[in-house]
Design a protein around this ligand. Structure first.
Ligand code: AMP
Ligand code: ZN
Length: 460
């Protein structure tokens, strides 16, 4: 089955046909860097990482652009509240974001444009929109005039009344129409700002993405992604700006949106205070377990986070890594194909729950494989499938040795030497001493598993 994706424009699952099969281009809205990412912010990163990996598997070249919004009122508010310079906040938060997303096994995008290094492009696009009658200067603001675009609202399918209500701001007196939105706004002397034909100021959030997408992917590209909450107004406004500035050329052909990560059915968000940062969760569970938990529901569906669900993901990875550990010496055939049923699951609108079920079956097949050729075939299939999803990429021993960072834990070398002492005691038939060492290790959170020729261990 060739790749199908649900396109928010049509609300239907569509066959994915790239503009240029030799080069697929995707843009995903990135973070506003003022604080640590929470697990809800990580959901689009992991979902679009699966899409990116799949596209790279299917096409010779993929360019994935994900921006950094490093000029924004939330960043200014944080600087005012803490006294920390804006440049320090954005640099520190960007670095933390990179570390956290890498821990979730998300590949870095090919290009990560920062808003503050694309101000000239944003100003140019704003100027073009004014020239073409789609934007106007009102005092020291520049606004996009929504009624100037007859088919505005197609992505979100909002009626005119809903649009106005959705603008959700006190309608500023300088707006010609209540749905009009800001392209450029003035900055006070103590706020970040850039000189422009409309005075010293800064861009609105929506024009940032339109300008950065055009700069790196051209006028029309294949896929634009983000969370469901971005459909309106952000993506609707991106479409309006880009199409009106580019003579009607569509911005993206496929709009893909992930559902919310929830807690007890409420959207995880900073404002509700019901969030866990990725950083906090990484001190409680391995990043790979968080990744698997984030992929356990279809990307369209809401995904309710709980520590039980996280533990379930960990248990599943224990099973899979356990199969690999037992097959430690079995050779891998690098040329093995990715199993077809697994591919079909991913190509069917990124059906990750089905893909995970396939990986589970492949791990079961490895456990059951009877002879060396069957084991090689099973292990190769399991790794081909799981690795395509960014799973099972570490050594099984590393997985089983994971300890919460900073928590007291016996060092590996200490565990190994106690196991050696236990094995010596067993050899000398001093079973009481051997049991004492095993119990002592168990109390320290280390479990042993005796094999014919060695003792495997894991942290609990
Ligand atoms: P923000 O920093 O709020 O602009 O969010 C960054 C990205 O995370 C956007 O793509 C949002 O749609 C997405 N996002 C924020 N909260 C959630 C959530 N609870 N579940 C899924 N995606 C979310
Ligand atoms: Zn955006």
């Amino acid at each position: 089955m060739p790749l199908h994706l649900t396109n928010t424009l049509s609300r239907a699952k569509e066959l994915f046909e790239p503009l240029d099969p030799g080069h697929v281009r995707m843009y995903v809205c990135g973070p506003t860097v003022y604080d640590f990412a929470h697990l809800g912010n990580a959901r689009p990163v992991v979902v679009f990482d699966i899409l990116y990996r799949l596209l790279k598997h299917l096409y010779p070249k993929v360019t994935y652009v994900r921006n950094i919004t490093d000029v924004d009122d939330k960043i200014m508010d944080k600087a005012r509240a803490t006294g920390e310079p804006i440049a320090d906040i954005t640099a520190r938060t960007t670095q933390a974001y990179h570390e956290d997303m890498a821990a979730l096994r998300a590949l870095p995008p090919d290009i990560e444009p920062r808003a503050t290094t694309h101000i000239a492009q944003m100003q140019r696009m704003t100027g073009t929109l004014i020239e073409r009658g789609h934007a106007y200067v009102a005092g020291d603001h520049v606004l996009f005039n929504v009624p100037s675009m007859p088919d505005y609202g197609k992505l979100s399918r909002r009626t005119r009344d809903e649009l106005v209500a959705g603008a959700r701001v006190d309608v500023a007196p300088y707006k010609k129409d209540p749905a009009d939105f800001v392209l450029w706004k003035p900055s006070a002397p103590d706020q970040p700002g850039w000189d422009s034909p409309w005075g010293r100021g800064r861009p609105g959030w929506h024009i940032e993405c339109s300008a950065m997408a055009a700069a790196h992917l051209g006028l029309t590209f294949d896929i634009h992604g983000g969370g469901l909450d971005l459909i309106f107004p952000h993506h609707e406004n991106e479409i309006a700006q880009s199409r009106c500035a580019h003579g009607g050329a569509p911005l993206a052909r496929y709009w893909v949106h992930n559902g919310f990560l929830t807690i007890n059915a409420d959207k995880m968000s900073k404002s509700l205070g019901n969030f866990f940062t990725v950083r906090d969760l990484l001190s409680r569970a391995p990043g790979e377990a968080l990744r698997l938990a984030l992929l356990s529901a279809h990307y369209h569906q809401p995904l309710d986070f709980s520590f039980d669900a996280l533990q379930k993901a960990r248990d599943t990875l224990d099973d899979w890594y356990g199969a690999l550990r037992r097959a430690g010496d079995v050779k891998v055939d690098d040329g093995a194909p990715v199993p077809q049923a697994f591919m079909e699951a991913l190509e069917d609108d990124l059906n990750t729950p089905r893909a995970i079920a396939e990986i589970h079956a492949l791990a079961g097949a490895l456990n059951k494989a009877a002879d060396a050729p069957a084991q090689t075939a099973a292990k190769s299939s399991l790794l081909k499938a799981a690795n395509l999803m960014g799973l099972l990429t570490q050594d099984p021993e590393e997985w089983f040795r994971w300890a919460p960072p900073g928590a007291p834990s016996l060092p590996d070398s200490e565990i190994e030497s106690r196991i050696a002492a236990r094995n010596a005691a067993r050899k000398a038939r001093n079973f009481a001493e051997a049991d004492r060492i095993r119990d002592e290790l168990q109390k320290a959170g280390v479990l042993l598993e005796d094999k014919a020729d060695q003792t495997l261990w894991r942290r609990n």
